[in-house]
Design a protein around this ligand. Structure first.
Ligand SMILES: [Zn+2]
Length: 108
């Protein structure tokens, strides 16, 4: 997710604007090996699902983080990062697909 900068979120149920602080994010287990991150609107308590994670999604996130570090170093050294970028995008898409699948099963 990168650096977390407390974005302002507008609740689409009650139209309240609020800061999405890290502390507002909660995690719950939805099935064996599958967890989801969510937050609730402070006004109407509507639940917003941010992301589902299983072991593979977590591994992909860790790998994407380390790839990004390597790419940053390569960029500093003026090396071509195209191949790593492609790997990173594949992992990102894979995680999106997994999330779509879980959203179908457990709610979005
Ligand atoms: Zn609300």
């Amino acid at each position: 997710m990168g650096p977390f900068k407390n974005p302002i979120v507008t609740c689409d149920k009650c139209n309240k604007d609020f800061k999405l602080k890290q502390s507002r994010l909660k995690t719950e287990i939805v099935a064996e090996g599958i967890e989801r991150t969510y937050f609730k609107c402070p006004e109407c308590k509507h639940k917003f699902i941010v992301m589902y994670k299983d072991e593979e999604v977590k591994e992909n996130l860790v790998e994407m983080d380390s790839l990004k570090e390597v790419m940053q170093e390569m960029t500093n050294e003026k090396k071509d990062t195209k191949e790593l970028k492609v790997i990173c995008e594949k992992l990102y898409v894979k995680n999106l697909e997994t999330n779509d699948k879980y959203k179908e099963l457990y709610g979005r």
